[in-house]
Design a protein around this ligand. Sequence first.
Ligand SMILES: [Ca+2]
Ligand SMILES: [Ca+2]
Ligand SMILES: [Ca+2]
Length: 395
Amino acid sequence: MPNVARGGAGDGVGTSAARVGDAWAVGAAARDGGAGAVLLFSSNEGELLAEDADAVLTSSGGYFGLGLAALSGGGLAVSAFWEPTGGTRAGRVDVYSDALHSSSPAASIFGEADAQLGNGLFVTGSGADETVWALGMAQDGAAQDSGAVFGFVVQGLSGALDVNDAATQLSGAQKLGWFGSSGAAADLDGDGAVDLIIGAMGEDGEAAASGVAYVFLDPPKGSTVSADADATLVGRGANDQLGKSMTAGGDLDGDGLNDWATGVMEAEPGGEVWLISGAARGRLDRDDTLAVIVAAATGDRVGFAVHSPGDLDGDGYGELWVGATRHDGGGVDAGAFSLLYGPHSGSRSFDDGALWLGPEAGAKAGSSVSGDGDTFFLGATGADGGAGAVWGLSL
Ligand SMILES: [Ca+2]
Ligand SMILES: [Ca+2]
Ligand SMILES: [Ca+2]
C-alpha cells in the first residue's frame, strides 16, 4: 500500500507537509471553513486518515497549516496567513518547540493588518543560527502590498511577537509587487553563509507584473531593500508571475555551486520553470537561464510548486521536482509532478520527466512538493473531493 496521508472532508490537505522526527506533519489549512489544523501522524506506513491522526494542532483561524517547516529537536513552524488578530488577514507564524508532545506554541509572530504574514515560510541554519523566515507578500512598506520577508532567530523565541521583533527584514519597493510571494535559501557562492532568493510575482520586469526575483548574498541582520540585491531576475511577459514558487540548493549545472529555480506559472501557454545558476549576478532575464521547463499543454500551470532535491542519481547534476496543478494526464485538472533529471539545458518539456499523475480529475496534484530522498511529500489539495492528500514517495 502506498504511503499517503488523506484529509477529512474539506480539509484541503496538500499545501504543506514536513517530517518531524519520525512523524509526518501535514497541513489541513481549509479545515473548519479555513480555521485550519496540522495533522501529526507518528506512523508513516500505509494509508493515514485524518481521523486517525495521533495529534492535531489547531488555532484560532486563518488557514493555519498553509505553510509548515520542520525545526531541529522536533520543532515545527506553522503559518496561518489570514489570522485576524492583528487586523483583517494580518497573518501569523507559530513556533512549536516540540510539536509531537506540546500543542501550545512557544512563540507566535503576529502580522499587521492586511499583511498576510505567513503566505509561505522556510527555515535556515541550525543551533544558534536556526532562523525561521516568514513571507509577508501583502505587507505595506514603501507602497501598498510592496511586501516583505522577516527572519527570526529561533533560539529563545517565546510569547507574542510581531514583525518589529525580527532580526532581519528584506523589503520590496513596488506597489502590489508582492515581494515575498516565495522564498528559498542556499549557499550560492560557496562561502559557507546562507544566501536568500525572494520572489516578487507582482513586480514589473520586462512587462507589467511579469514578476521579479532577487538574490541576496549573506544578507546582514537589520533591514535590507530589494535595490540592494546582488542579482535580479526579471520575468518576460505581462502577468506571467515569475516568483510564484521558489527553490534553491542542489547543483543543477555541475559547476560545484548551488543553483536555484523559480516558477513562472502564468507564462504562455501552460507555465514555465526557470533554472538559474547560483553564480549569476546583475540583471538577468530568460536568456540567462540554465534551462527552462515548459508545459506540454495549454493551461497546465507548470511551476505551481518547485523543489530541488539535490543529485539523486550521483551523476553530478541536481534533479528538479516540478508541480503542475492543472495537468490533465490523469484526468481534467488531476495535476501532476515531474521529476526532471539533470543535466538541464535549453527548453525541456515537463512531460519528459519522470511523471507522477494525480489519481483523479480535480485532484490538483502539484500543489506542493518537499522533503528529501527518504520521503518526498507530494501534495494534491483537490484529492478526494477537496479533502486533499499528501503522498510520501521514497526514491
Ligand atoms: Ca553564501
Ligand atoms: Ca551550480
Ligand atoms: Ca543527477
